[in-house]
Design a protein around this ligand. Structure first.
Ligand SMILES: Cc1cc2nc3c(=O)[nH]c(=O)nc-3n(C[C@H](O)[C@H](O)[C@H](O)COP(=O)(O)OP(=O)(O)OC[C@H]3O[C@@H](n4cnc5c(N)ncnc54)[C@H](O)[C@@H]3O)c2cc1C
Length: 400
Protein backbone atom coordinates (compact mmCIF):
# COMPACT_ATOMS: atom_id res chain seq x y z
CA UNK A 1 0.00 0.00 0.00
CA UNK A 2 1.21 3.53 -0.78
CA UNK A 3 2.31 5.53 2.26
CA UNK A 4 -0.44 7.91 3.40
CA UNK A 5 0.42 10.73 3.56
CA UNK A 6 3.34 10.35 1.15
CA UNK A 7 6.79 11.53 2.21
CA UNK A 8 7.87 12.56 -1.26
CA UNK A 9 5.23 13.69 -3.76
CA UNK A 10 6.12 14.45 -7.35
CA UNK A 11 3.72 16.50 -9.48
CA UNK A 12 4.25 16.39 -13.24
CA UNK A 13 3.10 19.71 -14.75
CA UNK A 14 3.52 23.27 -13.51
CA UNK A 15 0.09 24.54 -14.59
CA UNK A 16 -2.72 25.74 -12.33
CA UNK A 17 -3.90 22.18 -11.60
CA UNK A 18 -0.48 20.93 -10.52
CA UNK A 19 0.03 24.13 -8.50
CA UNK A 20 -3.25 23.71 -6.65
CA UNK A 21 -2.51 20.06 -5.77
CA UNK A 22 0.87 21.23 -4.43
CA UNK A 23 -0.70 24.00 -2.33
CA UNK A 24 -3.40 21.87 -0.71
CA UNK A 25 -1.06 18.95 -0.10
CA UNK A 26 1.27 21.32 1.78
CA UNK A 27 -1.66 22.54 3.90
CA UNK A 28 -2.96 19.07 4.76
CA UNK A 29 0.41 17.37 5.14
CA UNK A 30 3.16 19.91 5.88
CA UNK A 31 5.75 17.13 6.26
CA UNK A 32 5.32 15.93 2.67
CA UNK A 33 8.20 17.00 0.42
CA UNK A 34 6.67 18.27 -2.83
CA UNK A 35 8.39 18.66 -6.19
CA UNK A 36 6.70 20.18 -9.25
CA UNK A 37 8.34 19.10 -12.51
CA UNK A 38 7.75 21.35 -15.53
CA UNK A 39 8.97 20.82 -19.10
CA UNK A 40 9.26 24.56 -19.83
CA UNK A 41 11.42 27.35 -18.43
CA UNK A 42 8.67 28.84 -16.23
CA UNK A 43 5.53 27.74 -14.43
CA UNK A 44 2.18 28.34 -16.18
CA UNK A 45 3.73 28.49 -19.65
CA UNK A 46 0.53 27.35 -21.38
CA UNK A 47 -3.23 27.76 -20.68
CA UNK A 48 -2.62 28.40 -16.98
CA UNK A 49 -0.74 31.57 -17.88
CA UNK A 50 -2.64 32.49 -21.03
CA UNK A 51 -6.28 31.61 -20.27
CA UNK A 52 -8.96 34.18 -19.47
CA UNK A 53 -9.46 33.58 -15.74
CA UNK A 54 -13.22 34.09 -15.80
CA UNK A 55 -14.99 32.49 -12.81
CA UNK A 56 -18.72 31.77 -12.60
CA UNK A 57 -20.24 30.04 -9.57
CA UNK A 58 -23.62 28.95 -10.90
CA UNK A 59 -22.83 28.34 -14.56
CA UNK A 60 -22.53 24.59 -13.96
CA UNK A 61 -25.70 24.20 -11.88
CA UNK A 62 -27.53 20.94 -12.46
CA UNK A 63 -24.47 19.25 -13.96
CA UNK A 64 -22.05 16.73 -12.49
CA UNK A 65 -19.53 19.58 -12.10
CA UNK A 66 -21.78 21.75 -9.92
CA UNK A 67 -19.87 21.18 -6.68
CA UNK A 68 -16.55 21.87 -8.45
CA UNK A 69 -18.00 25.21 -9.59
CA UNK A 70 -19.42 26.17 -6.19
CA UNK A 71 -16.54 25.05 -3.97
CA UNK A 72 -13.94 26.52 -6.31
CA UNK A 73 -15.63 29.89 -6.69
CA UNK A 74 -15.75 30.26 -2.91
CA UNK A 75 -12.15 29.09 -2.47
CA UNK A 76 -10.94 31.52 -5.14
CA UNK A 77 -12.37 34.41 -3.14
CA UNK A 78 -10.90 33.08 0.12
CA UNK A 79 -7.44 32.49 -1.37
CA UNK A 80 -7.38 35.81 -3.23
CA UNK A 81 -7.94 37.57 0.11
CA UNK A 82 -5.40 35.43 1.98
CA UNK A 83 -2.75 35.81 -0.73
CA UNK A 84 -3.54 39.42 -1.65
CA UNK A 85 -4.02 38.66 -5.35
CA UNK A 86 -4.13 41.91 -7.34
CA UNK A 87 -5.86 40.38 -10.36
CA UNK A 88 -8.89 38.99 -8.51
CA UNK A 89 -12.18 40.87 -8.44
CA UNK A 90 -15.89 40.29 -8.76
CA UNK A 91 -17.19 41.63 -12.08
CA UNK A 92 -20.51 41.80 -13.91
CA UNK A 93 -21.00 40.24 -17.34
CA UNK A 94 -22.98 41.50 -20.34
CA UNK A 95 -23.97 39.67 -23.50
CA UNK A 96 -23.55 41.90 -26.54
CA UNK A 97 -25.26 40.95 -29.80
CA UNK A 98 -23.64 41.51 -33.18
CA UNK A 99 -24.95 44.39 -35.28
CA UNK A 100 -24.50 48.03 -36.27
CA UNK A 101 -26.84 49.73 -33.84
CA UNK A 102 -25.33 52.51 -31.67
CA UNK A 103 -25.41 51.39 -28.04
CA UNK A 104 -27.85 53.42 -25.97
CA UNK A 105 -25.68 53.11 -22.81
CA UNK A 106 -28.69 53.04 -20.53
CA UNK A 107 -28.79 49.41 -19.40
CA UNK A 108 -27.44 48.07 -16.11
CA UNK A 109 -23.67 47.81 -15.83
CA UNK A 110 -23.17 49.31 -19.33
CA UNK A 111 -19.63 50.75 -19.18
CA UNK A 112 -18.79 54.08 -20.83
CA UNK A 113 -16.09 52.41 -22.94
CA UNK A 114 -18.74 50.22 -24.63
CA UNK A 115 -19.67 53.13 -26.90
CA UNK A 116 -19.37 51.71 -30.44
CA UNK A 117 -21.93 49.69 -32.32
CA UNK A 118 -23.45 46.25 -31.89
CA UNK A 119 -26.73 44.51 -31.15
CA UNK A 120 -28.83 43.94 -28.06
CA UNK A 121 -27.08 44.21 -24.68
CA UNK A 122 -28.28 42.05 -21.76
CA UNK A 123 -27.03 41.30 -18.26
CA UNK A 124 -25.63 37.75 -17.93
CA UNK A 125 -24.10 38.13 -14.49
CA UNK A 126 -24.44 40.85 -11.83
CA UNK A 127 -21.16 40.00 -10.05
CA UNK A 128 -22.94 38.15 -7.23
CA UNK A 129 -21.55 34.94 -8.73
CA UNK A 130 -19.09 36.08 -11.40
CA UNK A 131 -15.45 37.09 -10.90
CA UNK A 132 -12.01 36.96 -12.51
CA UNK A 133 -8.40 36.20 -11.64
CA UNK A 134 -5.20 36.19 -13.70
CA UNK A 135 -4.39 32.47 -13.82
CA UNK A 136 -0.63 33.10 -13.88
CA UNK A 137 -0.79 35.11 -10.63
CA UNK A 138 -2.82 32.31 -9.00
CA UNK A 139 -0.49 29.57 -10.24
CA UNK A 140 2.73 31.31 -9.21
CA UNK A 141 1.30 32.17 -5.78
CA UNK A 142 -0.04 28.63 -5.15
CA UNK A 143 3.34 27.11 -5.92
CA UNK A 144 5.21 29.66 -3.85
CA UNK A 145 2.81 29.21 -0.87
CA UNK A 146 3.21 25.42 -1.10
CA UNK A 147 6.96 25.62 -0.56
CA UNK A 148 7.39 23.06 -3.35
CA UNK A 149 10.67 22.62 -5.14
CA UNK A 150 10.19 23.50 -8.81
CA UNK A 151 12.18 21.67 -11.48
CA UNK A 152 12.02 23.66 -14.73
CA UNK A 153 13.19 22.54 -18.20
CA UNK A 154 12.53 18.96 -17.08
CA UNK A 155 10.34 16.91 -19.39
CA UNK A 156 9.12 13.70 -17.78
CA UNK A 157 9.31 10.79 -20.21
CA UNK A 158 8.52 7.76 -18.08
CA UNK A 159 8.04 6.23 -14.66
CA UNK A 160 9.94 3.61 -12.73
CA UNK A 161 7.70 1.02 -11.09
CA UNK A 162 8.06 -2.09 -8.92
CA UNK A 163 5.53 -4.80 -8.03
CA UNK A 164 3.38 -4.00 -5.00
CA UNK A 165 2.60 -6.53 -2.30
CA UNK A 166 -0.91 -7.88 -2.89
CA UNK A 167 -0.94 -7.11 -6.61
CA UNK A 168 -0.51 -4.13 -8.88
CA UNK A 169 2.57 -1.95 -9.04
CA UNK A 170 3.84 1.22 -7.46
CA UNK A 171 5.82 4.13 -8.81
CA UNK A 172 9.26 4.67 -7.29
CA UNK A 173 10.44 7.49 -9.53
CA UNK A 174 10.02 9.46 -12.74
CA UNK A 175 12.51 9.67 -15.55
CA UNK A 176 13.50 13.06 -16.95
CA UNK A 177 14.54 13.48 -20.57
CA UNK A 178 18.32 13.28 -20.55
CA UNK A 179 18.41 10.33 -18.17
CA UNK A 180 17.95 11.69 -14.62
CA UNK A 181 15.67 9.77 -12.27
CA UNK A 182 13.68 11.61 -9.57
CA UNK A 183 12.58 9.34 -6.73
CA UNK A 184 9.14 9.63 -5.16
CA UNK A 185 6.62 7.60 -3.16
CA UNK A 186 3.60 9.17 -4.89
CA UNK A 187 3.11 11.05 -8.16
CA UNK A 188 0.43 13.04 -9.95
CA UNK A 189 -0.06 13.49 -13.68
CA UNK A 190 -1.11 17.17 -14.04
CA UNK A 191 -0.03 17.58 -17.63
CA UNK A 192 -3.15 19.35 -18.96
CA UNK A 193 -3.70 18.52 -22.66
CA UNK A 194 -0.60 16.30 -22.67
CA UNK A 195 -2.32 13.87 -20.25
CA UNK A 196 -2.53 11.19 -23.00
CA UNK A 197 1.27 10.81 -22.71
CA UNK A 198 0.59 9.06 -19.38
CA UNK A 199 -0.99 6.14 -21.28
CA UNK A 200 2.52 5.16 -22.29
CA UNK A 201 3.60 5.04 -18.61
CA UNK A 202 0.47 3.37 -17.21
CA UNK A 203 -0.74 0.69 -19.62
CA UNK A 204 -3.89 0.24 -17.51
CA UNK A 205 -5.46 3.52 -18.63
CA UNK A 206 -6.91 5.27 -21.67
CA UNK A 207 -6.80 9.09 -21.74
CA UNK A 208 -8.80 10.23 -24.80
CA UNK A 209 -8.14 13.95 -25.14
CA UNK A 210 -7.89 16.73 -27.67
CA UNK A 211 -5.91 19.91 -27.20
CA UNK A 212 -7.94 22.82 -28.54
CA UNK A 213 -5.38 25.41 -29.60
CA UNK A 214 -6.76 28.94 -29.56
CA UNK A 215 -5.44 32.43 -30.08
CA UNK A 216 -5.87 35.13 -27.43
CA UNK A 217 -4.96 38.79 -27.38
CA UNK A 218 -4.21 41.44 -24.73
CA UNK A 219 -4.57 45.21 -25.32
CA UNK A 220 -2.61 47.82 -23.40
CA UNK A 221 -3.92 49.37 -20.20
CA UNK A 222 -6.52 52.16 -20.43
CA UNK A 223 -7.98 54.12 -17.51
CA UNK A 224 -11.51 53.64 -18.89
CA UNK A 225 -11.41 49.84 -18.56
CA UNK A 226 -9.50 49.95 -15.25
CA UNK A 227 -12.32 51.80 -13.54
CA UNK A 228 -15.21 50.01 -15.23
CA UNK A 229 -14.54 46.28 -15.14
CA UNK A 230 -17.35 44.56 -17.03
CA UNK A 231 -16.85 41.32 -18.97
CA UNK A 232 -18.51 40.98 -22.38
CA UNK A 233 -19.66 37.89 -24.24
CA UNK A 234 -20.12 39.17 -27.81
CA UNK A 235 -22.23 37.25 -30.32
CA UNK A 236 -20.88 35.68 -33.52
CA UNK A 237 -20.32 38.43 -36.08
CA UNK A 238 -20.07 37.23 -39.68
CA UNK A 239 -18.25 40.39 -40.73
CA UNK A 240 -15.20 39.27 -38.73
CA UNK A 241 -15.94 35.54 -38.57
CA UNK A 242 -15.75 35.53 -34.79
CA UNK A 243 -17.45 36.09 -31.49
CA UNK A 244 -15.24 37.49 -28.74
CA UNK A 245 -15.04 37.15 -24.98
CA UNK A 246 -13.70 40.39 -23.49
CA UNK A 247 -12.22 40.51 -19.98
CA UNK A 248 -10.98 43.89 -18.75
CA UNK A 249 -8.49 43.22 -15.94
CA UNK A 250 -7.93 45.32 -12.80
CA UNK A 251 -4.66 46.66 -14.27
CA UNK A 252 -6.65 48.23 -17.15
CA UNK A 253 -5.54 45.76 -19.82
CA UNK A 254 -8.19 43.95 -21.86
CA UNK A 255 -7.84 40.22 -22.45
CA UNK A 256 -9.77 38.74 -25.35
CA UNK A 257 -10.32 35.07 -26.30
CA UNK A 258 -13.00 33.05 -28.07
CA UNK A 259 -11.77 34.52 -31.34
CA UNK A 260 -12.61 31.43 -33.41
CA UNK A 261 -10.54 29.32 -35.79
CA UNK A 262 -9.17 26.95 -33.11
CA UNK A 263 -7.05 23.95 -34.14
CA UNK A 264 -7.91 20.51 -32.74
CA UNK A 265 -4.80 18.55 -31.78
CA UNK A 266 -5.36 14.80 -31.38
CA UNK A 267 -4.09 12.38 -28.72
CA UNK A 268 -1.34 10.90 -30.89
CA UNK A 269 0.20 14.33 -31.48
CA UNK A 270 -0.14 15.20 -27.79
CA UNK A 271 1.62 11.95 -26.82
CA UNK A 272 4.46 13.02 -29.09
CA UNK A 273 4.64 16.29 -27.13
CA UNK A 274 3.43 18.52 -29.98
CA UNK A 275 3.47 22.21 -28.90
CA UNK A 276 4.76 21.25 -25.44
CA UNK A 277 7.96 23.26 -25.53
CA UNK A 278 7.70 25.17 -28.82
CA UNK A 279 5.48 26.11 -31.75
CA UNK A 280 2.26 27.04 -29.92
CA UNK A 281 1.92 30.30 -31.88
CA UNK A 282 -1.09 32.60 -32.41
CA UNK A 283 -2.98 32.69 -35.71
CA UNK A 284 -2.51 36.20 -37.21
CA UNK A 285 -5.92 36.03 -38.94
CA UNK A 286 -7.63 35.49 -35.60
CA UNK A 287 -5.71 38.42 -34.11
CA UNK A 288 -7.01 40.63 -36.96
CA UNK A 289 -10.58 39.36 -36.46
CA UNK A 290 -10.45 40.05 -32.71
CA UNK A 291 -8.97 43.51 -33.28
CA UNK A 292 -11.67 44.48 -35.78
CA UNK A 293 -14.42 43.14 -33.53
CA UNK A 294 -13.15 45.13 -30.51
CA UNK A 295 -12.72 48.31 -32.59
CA UNK A 296 -16.36 47.96 -33.65
CA UNK A 297 -17.70 48.05 -30.09
CA UNK A 298 -15.36 50.50 -28.35
CA UNK A 299 -13.84 53.84 -29.42
CA UNK A 300 -11.33 53.49 -26.56
CA UNK A 301 -9.59 50.85 -28.67
CA UNK A 302 -9.90 52.41 -32.15
CA UNK A 303 -6.40 52.59 -33.64
CA UNK A 304 -4.95 50.59 -30.72
CA UNK A 305 -3.21 47.32 -31.54
CA UNK A 306 -2.78 44.48 -29.06
CA UNK A 307 0.57 44.29 -27.32
CA UNK A 308 0.31 40.57 -26.54
CA UNK A 309 -0.75 37.95 -29.08
CA UNK A 310 -0.49 34.34 -27.97
CA UNK A 311 -1.98 30.85 -28.23
CA UNK A 312 -2.54 28.03 -25.77
CA UNK A 313 -4.34 24.71 -25.54
CA UNK A 314 -7.51 23.78 -23.73
CA UNK A 315 -7.43 20.17 -22.49
CA UNK A 316 -10.67 18.57 -23.71
CA UNK A 317 -11.38 14.89 -22.90
CA UNK A 318 -13.73 13.03 -25.25
CA UNK A 319 -16.70 13.55 -22.88
CA UNK A 320 -15.59 17.10 -21.96
CA UNK A 321 -15.34 16.20 -18.24
CA UNK A 322 -12.18 16.34 -16.11
CA UNK A 323 -10.09 13.25 -15.35
CA UNK A 324 -9.41 13.02 -11.61
CA UNK A 325 -8.51 10.17 -9.26
CA UNK A 326 -6.15 7.25 -8.85
CA UNK A 327 -4.47 5.35 -11.67
CA UNK A 328 -5.86 1.78 -11.57
CA UNK A 329 -3.21 -0.86 -10.91
CA UNK A 330 -0.70 1.72 -9.57
CA UNK A 331 -1.46 2.44 -5.92
CA UNK A 332 0.54 5.64 -5.53
CA UNK A 333 -0.12 7.21 -8.94
CA UNK A 334 -2.82 9.83 -9.53
CA UNK A 335 -4.16 11.81 -12.46
CA UNK A 336 -5.67 15.32 -12.52
CA UNK A 337 -6.04 16.73 -16.03
CA UNK A 338 -8.54 17.52 -18.79
CA UNK A 339 -10.34 20.40 -17.06
CA UNK A 340 -11.46 21.83 -20.38
CA UNK A 341 -12.85 25.39 -20.39
CA UNK A 342 -13.17 25.67 -16.57
CA UNK A 343 -9.69 24.59 -15.48
CA UNK A 344 -8.93 27.95 -13.88
CA UNK A 345 -12.22 28.15 -12.01
CA UNK A 346 -12.04 24.51 -10.84
CA UNK A 347 -8.39 24.59 -9.77
CA UNK A 348 -8.87 25.27 -6.03
CA UNK A 349 -11.47 22.56 -5.37
CA UNK A 350 -9.93 20.08 -7.82
CA UNK A 351 -6.51 20.55 -6.19
CA UNK A 352 -7.97 20.27 -2.70
CA UNK A 353 -9.94 17.12 -3.54
CA UNK A 354 -6.88 15.51 -5.13
CA UNK A 355 -4.71 16.47 -2.15
CA UNK A 356 -7.24 14.82 0.18
CA UNK A 357 -7.21 11.66 -1.94
CA UNK A 358 -3.40 11.57 -2.00
CA UNK A 359 -2.85 12.31 1.71
CA UNK A 360 -5.90 10.67 3.33
CA UNK A 361 -7.09 8.14 0.77
CA UNK A 362 -10.41 9.90 0.12
CA UNK A 363 -11.61 13.18 -1.38
CA UNK A 364 -14.12 15.07 0.78
CA UNK A 365 -14.31 18.59 -0.70
CA UNK A 366 -15.97 17.30 -3.87
CA UNK A 367 -17.31 13.96 -5.00
CA UNK A 368 -14.85 13.19 -7.80
CA UNK A 369 -16.01 9.62 -8.47
CA UNK A 370 -17.70 10.68 -11.74
CA UNK A 371 -14.36 11.91 -13.08
CA UNK A 372 -12.48 8.62 -12.61
CA UNK A 373 -10.26 7.64 -15.54
CA UNK A 374 -11.82 4.16 -15.41
CA UNK A 375 -14.83 5.53 -17.33
CA UNK A 376 -12.72 5.27 -20.49
CA UNK A 377 -12.11 1.56 -19.85
CA UNK A 378 -9.40 -0.21 -17.90
CA UNK A 379 -6.91 -2.60 -19.44
CA UNK A 380 -7.68 -5.26 -16.80
CA UNK A 381 -4.81 -7.57 -17.65
CA UNK A 382 -2.38 -4.83 -16.73
CA UNK A 383 -3.94 -4.15 -13.31
CA UNK A 384 -3.03 -7.57 -11.93
CA UNK A 385 0.60 -6.84 -11.33
CA UNK A 386 2.08 -7.77 -14.68
CA UNK A 387 5.30 -6.07 -15.57
CA UNK A 388 3.39 -3.14 -17.06
CA UNK A 389 5.70 -2.87 -20.04
CA UNK A 390 3.47 -3.82 -22.88
CA UNK A 391 -0.11 -3.51 -24.02
CA UNK A 392 -0.75 -6.80 -25.78
CA UNK A 393 2.39 -7.25 -27.79
CA UNK A 394 2.94 -3.51 -28.36
CA UNK A 395 5.66 -1.59 -26.59
CA UNK A 396 4.28 1.11 -24.30
CA UNK A 397 7.33 3.33 -24.23
CA UNK A 398 9.45 4.47 -21.34
CA UNK A 399 8.32 1.90 -18.79
CA UNK A 400 10.61 -0.18 -16.70
C1 LIG B 1 -7.90 30.64 -24.62
C2 LIG B 1 -8.33 29.97 -23.33
C3 LIG B 1 -9.07 30.68 -22.41
C4 LIG B 1 -9.48 30.07 -21.22
N1 LIG B 1 -10.22 30.78 -20.32
C5 LIG B 1 -10.63 30.20 -19.17
C6 LIG B 1 -11.39 30.95 -18.23
O1 LIG B 1 -11.72 32.11 -18.44
N2 LIG B 1 -11.79 30.31 -17.08
C7 LIG B 1 -11.45 29.02 -16.81
O2 LIG B 1 -11.84 28.50 -15.75
N3 LIG B 1 -10.71 28.29 -17.68
C8 LIG B 1 -10.30 28.85 -18.86
N4 LIG B 1 -9.57 28.13 -19.77
C9 LIG B 1 -9.22 26.73 -19.45
C10 LIG B 1 -7.99 26.67 -18.55
O3 LIG B 1 -7.03 27.61 -18.98
C11 LIG B 1 -7.39 25.26 -18.54
O4 LIG B 1 -8.39 24.29 -18.30
C12 LIG B 1 -6.33 25.13 -17.43
O5 LIG B 1 -5.38 26.16 -17.54
C13 LIG B 1 -5.65 23.77 -17.49
O6 LIG B 1 -4.69 23.75 -16.48
P1 LIG B 1 -3.68 22.54 -16.36
O7 LIG B 1 -2.75 22.83 -15.25
O8 LIG B 1 -4.43 21.25 -16.34
O9 LIG B 1 -2.94 22.54 -17.80
P2 LIG B 1 -1.72 23.43 -18.37
O10 LIG B 1 -1.84 24.85 -18.02
O11 LIG B 1 -1.60 23.07 -19.81
O12 LIG B 1 -0.49 22.87 -17.57
C14 LIG B 1 0.05 21.59 -17.83
C15 LIG B 1 1.53 21.72 -17.64
O13 LIG B 1 2.14 20.43 -17.76
C16 LIG B 1 3.38 20.60 -18.41
N5 LIG B 1 3.76 19.30 -18.97
C17 LIG B 1 3.06 18.57 -19.87
N6 LIG B 1 3.69 17.42 -20.13
C18 LIG B 1 4.81 17.42 -19.37
C19 LIG B 1 5.87 16.48 -19.19
N7 LIG B 1 5.91 15.32 -19.87
N8 LIG B 1 6.86 16.80 -18.31
C20 LIG B 1 6.83 17.96 -17.61
N9 LIG B 1 5.85 18.88 -17.74
C21 LIG B 1 4.85 18.60 -18.62
C22 LIG B 1 3.09 21.67 -19.47
O14 LIG B 1 4.27 22.32 -19.93
C23 LIG B 1 2.17 22.61 -18.72
O15 LIG B 1 2.85 23.67 -18.09
C24 LIG B 1 -9.14 28.72 -20.96
C25 LIG B 1 -8.36 28.01 -21.88
C26 LIG B 1 -7.97 28.61 -23.07
C27 LIG B 1 -7.16 27.83 -24.06
Amino acid sequence: MAAIPPKNLLIVGGGIQGASVAYWTSKISPATKITVVEANDRVAPHASGKGGGFLARSWGDGSITETLHHASFDLHEQLAKEWGLKSYRRLPVLSVGAGSRTFNKKGSFHPAWLDGAGGRVDVMGDSSDTAQVHPREFTEMAISQSGATVRLNSKVIGVETVPEEGGGRKVTGVKIEGGELLECDAMVVAMGPWGPFAETWFPTINVPMEGIKSTSVVWPSREATKSEGVALFCGEDDRYGTHIEVYPRPDGTIYCCGVGGSDYIGSDDLKEGRFLTSGCDPNPQRVTAATQALHQISSTYTNLVPDVTQACMRPCPSDALPIMGGVPGFKNAFINCGHNCWGILWAPAAGKSMAELITKGEASTCDISGFDVRRFGVNEEETRGGRGRKRGSASVGEQW
